[in-house]
Design a binder for this molecule. Sequence first.
Ligand code: SF4
Length: 70
Amino acid sequence: MRCDQCQYWRRLDTRDVPDLMPGHCHRYPPVTTDTGHDASNARRDVAAWAFPLVYASAWCGEFKAITRDA
Ligand code: SF4
């Protein structure tokens, strides 16, 4: 199992560094990332939200293999 073989992973970088290539995991909606934002405004600031960033060689229990139908 690897993120770069999972339906939810989208690469960010075009460099050919297979194991350390970063990508976003789209298994779930974005999460808030920046604790420096004013809490009352953070939910409306798009810069405070992001998809988890994971390496191509990572994986988690939500892994779903890429299929031809995906
Ligand atoms: S973190 Fe899990 S769900 Fe997300 S791309 Fe990697 S294996 Fe898939």
